[in-house]
Ligand binder design. Structure first.
Ligand SMILES: [Zn+2]
Length: 430
C-alpha cells in the first residue's frame, strides 16, 4: 500500500543567540509601557482579541515607534488578557497582573539579515545591527525567517522550511501513557519505558515537600530550582523517546497518529475522589509536550502526523483492536494481569497500551481509506477491506489478532509479560 502525499509540510524551529546591549533597553522599556496601556484599554473595553484593538492601534499614531512593535505589543497584551480571563474562570489567582519581563516579538519583513548581521529597526531608517554568531548563521542558511523575539538578554529567531512530505506506506498509532510511550501498528509495537520520569517527579516532590525553612519566598525559589532540574531530566528522556518514534516512522515510511488528549486533566480533578499521589502522577505527565515534540520533529523529517478528533479518540483504549468488542478490566488484586484487558469474544488477554496503539493506528489509517475515491454503491468498509486493514475492526468483523512486538531496551523498556498471542519478532528495529 502506498499513498503519495503531495502536501509540503512547514517545519518550524527557534534559534536563540545571547545578546545583552544597552541599545535596545529603551526600546524594550517603551514596548513594556505600551503593553501595560494596551492591557488597560483591553480590560476597560472588555476586549481580548487583536481585531477589537483597532482603535487603540490608531491612538498610537503619535508614538514614535515602528508599526511592527505596536502590532507586537497588542498581540502580547491580547495573549495575556486571554490567559488572565482563563485563570479567572478557573478561580486561580494571578500573582503578577502585569507582565514584568520586557520582550517584544516582530514578524519578518521588519528586520533584515545581511552580510552576517541582523538589523533591528529602532526608528525610521535607524537600525541596531547585531553580529550573528557562526552557529546561527549556519543554521539559518537557506531557511525562511518568520519572526524575531527580543528580550533583555537574548534574540530568538523563528525560522521555517518547506519539507516535502514522505510517501506514506503505513500508519503508526502513538499511545501516551503515564509509564510508557507505545507506538506501532498490527505489524509491530514498540514500548518505550518512561517510568524513570515518573520517579524523578515523585522524588522532586518529596524533596520539595521536606523543606522546613520558615520563609515561603525562599522555599519557593529553591523549589523552582529543583523543578527546573527535574523537567530538564525528563525532557531528555522525552527527546530520546520522540526521536526514536520519528526516526522509526521516517525509516518505515509511516505516518504518526496522535490521540486528542486535550481534556485529559479533567479526568484527574480533585472532585473525582482519586488519591492525591495518583492525581499528582497523572497530572504532571507531559502529554502535551510529548505531542508537540512528535509534531515538530515529524515535520522536519517529512513525516505526516494525523491528529485524531475527540470522537475519533473515544474508546481507543477500551475496545479490542481485532474484533471491536469492549474489553474488560482484570479483577482487583489480579497482579498477573496488571495493565491488561480481557476480550470475552476472542478469549484473550491484551496489553492495554499495545491495544491502544494499534487501535489508534487503525483509526489514523481509516482517514486515508475514507479520503480515497469510493466506487458507487459500495460502503467505505468494503474499500478499506480491499486496500488492506484500513477500517477499524467492528463487532462481528473478526480480524487476525497476532501482534508483533519489540522492546526498546536501550531506553529502558521494561515489561516482561507478553500477551498470549504475541509473536516473538517484528520488522521494527531500533
Ligand atoms: Zn476480541
Amino acid at each position: 500500500m502506498l499513498w503519495l502525499s503531495k502536501i509540503a509540510l512547514r517545519a518550524l524551529k527557534c534559534l536563540t543567540q545571547p545578546f545583552q546591549n544597552d541599545s535596545l533597553v529603551g526600546l524594550l522599556r517603551d514596548c513594556l509601557a505600551l503593553t501595560y496601556n494596551a492591557m488597560n484599554y483591553g480590560e476597560e473595553m472588555h476586549i481580548t482579541n487583536r481585531k477589537g484593538m483597532k482603535m487603540f492601534y490608531q491612538s498610537l499614531r503619535t508614538v514614535g515607534l515602528p508599526s511592527c512593535y505596536k502590532a507586537g505589543v497588542i498581540t502580547r497584551a491580547c495573549a495575556i488578557l486571554k490567559s488572565r480571563e482563563k485563570s479567572k474562570k478557573r478561580g486561580v489567582e494571578t500573582f503578577h497582573p502585569r507582565p514584568i519581563r520586557p520582550m517584544v516579538c516582530i514578524i519578518s519583513g521588519f528586520f533584515v539579515t545581511a552580510m552576517g548581521r541582523l538589523f533591528i529597526p529602532l526608528k525610521r531608517d535607524k537600525y541596531v545591527d547585531v553580529q550573528l554568531n557562526h552557529h546561527v548563521l549556519e543554521t539559518l542558511q537557506g531557511k525562511e525567517l518568520r519572526s524575531l523575539t527580543i528580550t533583555s538578554v537574548s534574540l530568538s529567531i523563528c525560522y521555517s522550511e518547506e519539507i516535502e512530505s514522505m510517501p506514506i506506506k503505513t500508519v503508526y498509532g502513538v499511545d501516551r501513557n503515564e509509564k510508557n510511550l507505545t507506538f506501532g501498528n498490527t505489524d509491530g509495537v514498540v514500548q518505550i519505558g518512561m517510568s524513570k520520569a515518573v520517579k524523578i517527579r515523585q522524588t522532586t516532590r518529596e524533596i520539595v515537600g521536606s523543606f522546613k525553612r520558615n520563609d515561603t519566598r525562599l522555599r519557593k525559589k529553591i523549589a523552582s530550582k529543583y523543578w527546573k532540574r527535574a523537567s530538564h531530566r525528563t525532557d531528555q528522556m522525552l527527546h530520546a523517546a520522540t526521536n526514536l518514534i520519528v526516526d522509526n516512522a521516517a525509516k518505515n515510511g509511516a505516518a504518526i497518529t496522535l490521540e486528542d488528549l486535550k481534556d485529559i486533566r479533567k479526568m484527574f480533578q480533585k472532585a473525582n475522589r482519586q488519591g492525591t499521589d495518583y492525581r499528582f502522577r497523572l497530572n504532571t505527565w507531559p502529554y502535551g509536550k510529548a505531542g508537540r515534540m512528535l509534531e515538530y520533529k515529524s515535520a522536519w523529517k517529512g513525516v505526516t502526523t494525523i491528529q485524531l478528533t475527540k470522537s475519533e479518540t473515544r474508546g481507543s483504549s477500551s475496545v479490542h483492536h481485532a474484533c471491536g468488542e469492549k474489553l474488560h478490566k482484570p479483577e482487583k488484586g489480579d497482579a498477573l494481569h496488571r495493565r491488561m484487558l480481557w476480550c470475552q469474544a476472542c478469549r484473550v488477554w491484551m496489553d492495554r497500551d499495545v491495544n491502544a496503539a494499534i487501535v489508534l493506528s487503525k483509526r489514523g489509517l481509516a482517514r486515508f481509506a475514507s479520503s480515497l475515491p469510493r466506487p458507487e454503491g459500495r460502503s467505505q468498509r468494503t474499500i478499506a477491506g480491499e486496500e488492506g486493514p484500513a477500517g477499524e475492526a467492528m463487532k462481528g468483523n473478526p480480524m487476525e489478532t497476532a501482534i508483533l512486538r519489540v522492546d526498546a531496551s536501550k531506553l529502558g523498556l521494561v515489561r516482561s509479560r507478553v500477551p498470549d498471542r504475541t509473536l516473538p519478532s517484528c520488522g521494527l528495529h531500533c
